[in-house]
Design a protein around this ligand. Structure first.
Ligand code: HEC
Ligand code: HEC
Length: 267
């Protein structure tokens, strides 16, 4: 849906530069060879349900999937794909190797980057949104006003960022990996907090470093600590931008355009 809108909005005479393929979180750039290999595994195995471009068919859009967003080199994807969700139409691919999974992960992350970046590129010539409707969404269905105030933290936000970057931040308020890549100073991401309660009742709390289905790593006051997710171990993760990640798959194109038009009035 997003892709179609973008393609149809593109003016053919102006050739837009493709942004370099970079990973989320400012991690090293995604290896283009892995993306190519991943595409070759993905298309025949997954494309039938998720679409050849992973933007969704009978199965969900994987480029705006929270699970994919949190995946690092297959850490989340591996368990999910090998187990599948047979009761919900996602078959188990128990034979997939770690290499194949990591390649699929690279392919999907490159796609996610392309979606958020390309949307940001296109938006420049596309200020078609309706600010009034954006305002209504901000205070209504978008639930933005629950965390933000246009006279408080978001006051003059449009003076702070170019429309392209503002759009990107509405979608995913994370450091701009383009800037990181070019060595510019960036505002660090809002860190996730994590609390682990062991079966014994012993509790640890700190800043989340890594989490997958087997382990949780945190930075505690005493240093780095790793915990196995054994049965009976309780893990509570408080991700400050969880609301943004949850919204990402849900926006319609119109909502995104309207939201930008509204925030652009906050000069
Ligand atoms: C026969 C159809 C089918 C095939 C083939 C298939 N999937 Fe799926 N997939 C689904 C469906 C349906 C869901 C949604 C399941 C649900 O509702 O929980 C899904 C869900 C997912 C999710 C979870 C998305 C999320 O955000 O919750 C991931 C990741 C995923 N599939 C990856 C893959 C990969 C990678 C392959 C190829 C190796 C693949 N799928 C092959 C049908 C399929
Ligand atoms: C549950 C709370 C929550 C909700 C709901 C929420 N946000 Fe955010 N938003 C955050 C947090 C946390 C940040 C990161 C702040 C930081 O990095 O300093 C953020 C960052 C942003 C930024 C970037 C601000 C900056 O200075 O870089 C924008 C723009 C933004 N949100 C817009 C929105 C819009 C529009 C909505 C509604 C569609 C929304 N947010 C919904 C919590 C929320």
């Amino acid at each position: 849906m997003l892709a179609c809108a973008l393609l149809s909005a593109q003016e053919p005479e102006k050739k837009k530069p493709e942004p370099p393929v970079l990973s989320m979180n400012g991690a090293p750039p995604i290896d283009p060879a892995a993306v190519e290999r991943g595409k070759k595994v993905f298309e025949p195995a997954c494309g039938f349900c998720h679409g050849l471009d992973a933007r969704g068919k009978s199965g969900p859009d994987l480029l705006r999937s929270t699970l994919v967003l949190h995946d690092e080199n297959g850490s989340q994807l591996g368990a999910m794909v090998r187990a599948g969700r047979p009761d919900r139409g996602m078959p188990a691919f128990s034979g997939m190797s770690n290499e194949q999974i990591a390649d699929i992960s690279a392919f999907l992350h490159a796609g996610t980057m392309a979606v958020t970046n390309r949307f940001a590129y296109e938006i420049k010539g596309l200020m078609t949104g309706d600010a009034k409707q954006g305002e209504a969404f901000f205070n209504g269905d978008g639930h933005c006003s629950g965390c933000h105030s246009v006279s408080g933290d978001l006051a003059h936000i449009a003076g702070k960022y170019e429309p392209v970057e503002l759009q990107r931040r509405i979608l995913l308020p994370s450091p701009n990996i383009m800037d990181m890549y070019m060595g510019k100073k960036v505002k660090p991401p809002a860190p996730s907090k994590v609390k682990v309660t062991l079966p014994s009742g012993e509790q640890h709390a700190g800043v989340l470093v890594h989490s997958d289905e087997f382990t949780v790593v945190m930075q505690e006051s005493g240093g780095m600590k790793s915990f196995d997710r054994t049965p009976g171990t309780k893990v509570d993760i408080d991700n400050p931008i969880a609301a943004h990640e949850a919204m990402l798959p849900k926006y319609t194109d119109a909502q995104m355009h309207n939201m930008l038009a509204y925030l652009e009035t906050l000069k």
